[in-house]
Design a protein around this ligand. Structure first.
Ligand code: SF4
Ligand code: SF4
Length: 443
């Protein structure tokens, strides 16, 4: 009988890890749909960013209540999952509390896990209250409909259930240890679950049933959670690390000029240049096939990783001046729509293959879901980039979409088109003659 449970556990492990690996491969493939960009420079600065922002959660505490609660959930969740290693060994080999040989250290660890599990439970309940009772506005923006809203709640419920099962499992175990039940070695310290054990029936058979049921549901829940990650905003617990490592290190506000356009402008401003000269071989190579971005394949892999990393926290939207003044734009929605489109393309590739998609794209684009109104509402203030706790850059996507609209579609708003025409013709944004453009200085 015990072999059957070991075999069942091994099957569960293989299926759980197998699906997770498949999802990770799919994630990497989708991110690689983006164009190449070199972020291999300044590695020490990148490591520092990753350690301080992703591991140290330094940007989270700019909003102390949510920040501290998030740190508790994050640290608690990661550390408690160390116990998963013991669960896996016990599940595969039929042992019970395989690490109990560590004696005092084991007791210390189990005791710490329990306190953390309790703190996680309390924090998650406070998160739920903030979201569902206090109704903090950024959780109720119009993009937070159906799935995004349910996803956030699912995660909170998942964590509540997993932490409760962990404590119930320990409570039953504690009682069984007190009763001297076979197989239940006397190990661990139970500062929280020893109180819960008072509420359980003190009958050996029932306690074993409760302990085993909690153990199995807990581990099955962990495997489900592991595989849920890919479909959820919770993917940030993995992607926050590479995302902060590969984030843009240039000063905010510095745009990545297109080399071919810069060269063209320089040539126009150079009185000695021959406008009819054939372009140099090297210039032909740097001229891109397409200016800006209309779909995810025009964005860089870092921008796509940004989209998959977005936690949908809405901090960016809550500081966005365009959003605050009632415009359509929400930087969070830009990231969500980019991820949705990457997923849509990914599903097509799953179905028909990458080559087929390249030869016969579906004819859709990011611009089907991100409107011109959103794109042109941005003031390029960078507030969203500054505020994002995982260094996501929604502005870079907006700029690339604008670049496409201006340079490929000539479809900028009329005021901008007039300004650009004036710059081209008059060397200034105003409708003055070239000769008069510096008159203002004499006023
Ligand atoms: S850069 Fe654009 S999207 Fe970001 S906060 Fe400023 S106005 Fe909003
Ligand atoms: S882009 Fe950053 S700040 Fe905005 S919702 Fe996503 S994680 Fe939050």
């Amino acid at each position: 009988m015990s072999y059957i449970s070991n075999i069942l556990f091994a099957i569960l492990l293989i299926v759980g890890v197998g699906f997770f690996t498949r999802n990770i491969k799919r994630l990497i493939r989708n991110i690689k749909l983006g164009r190449d960009i070199d972020r291999s420079d300044r590695s020490s600065e990148r490591w520092k960013n990753m350690i301080s922002i992703a591991l140290g959660q330094s940007k989270m505490v700019s909003r102390p209540v949510a920040g501290i609660l998030h740190i508790i959930v994050y640290v608690g969740f990661i550390i408690i999952n160390i116990e998963v290693l013991e669960i896996i060994i016990d599940g595969l080999f039929g042992t019970h509390r395989a690490f109990s040989f560590a004696g005092g250290l084991y007791s210390f660890l189990i005791g710490s896990f329990e306190i953390l599990a309790f703190l996680v439970l309390v924090s998650v309940i406070i998160f739920w209250i903030r979201r569902m009772i206090l109704k903090i506005p950024r959780f109720w923006n119009k993009e937070m409909t159906t799935w995004p809203k349910n996803d956030a709640l699912n995660i909170l419920y998942f964590e509540m259930v997993l932490m409760s099962l962990f404590l119930i499992m320990n409570a039953a175990d504690f009682s069984l240890q007190q009763l001297g039940a076979d197989h239940y070695v006397n190990a661990g310290s139970f500062p929280i679950s020893s109180y819960i054990s008072n509420w359980l029936p003190q009958n050996e058979g029932t306690l074993i049933f409760i302990e085993r049921a909690a153990w199995w549901v807990h581990i099955i829940g962990i495997f489900i959670f592991l595989n849920y990650l890919y479909y959820s905003k919770h993917l940030h617990i993995l992607l926050a690390f590479p995302n902060t490592y590969y984030a843009n290190l240039e000063p905010q506000g510095k745009f990545n000029n297109l080399q071919s356009v810069t060269d063209e402008v320089k040539m126009m401003l150079d009185p000695s240049a021959d406008p009819y000269a054939a372009p140099a071989e090297s210039d032909i190579e740097v001229t891109p096939e397409k200016f800006g971005a209309s779909d995810i394949t025009d964005l860089s892999w870092v921008q796509l990783m940004n989209a998959y990393t977005c936690t949908e926290c809405g901090r960016c939207t809550s500081v966005c001046p365009a959003n605050q003044t009632g415009k359509e734009l929400s930087p969070r929605a830009i990231m969500m729509k980019t991820r949705d489109r990457a997923e849509e393309v990914g599903r097509l590739i799953d179905k028909d293959g990458l080559e087929n998609f390249k030869e016969k794209p579906d004819g859709k684009s990011l611009l089907d879901t991100i409107s011109n109104e959103e794109i042109w509402a941005c003031t390029s203030c960078n507030a969203c980039v500054t505020e994002c706790p995982v260094n996501i850059d929604p502005l870079s996507i907006i700029v690339d979409l604008r670049r496409y609209l201006v340079m490929e579609q000539s479809s900028a708003p009329q005021e901008l088109n007039m300004m650009m025409t004036n710059i081209e013709n008059n060397g200034a944004p105003w409708q003055y003659n070239q000769m008069d453009r510096l008159n203002w200085k004499d006023e």
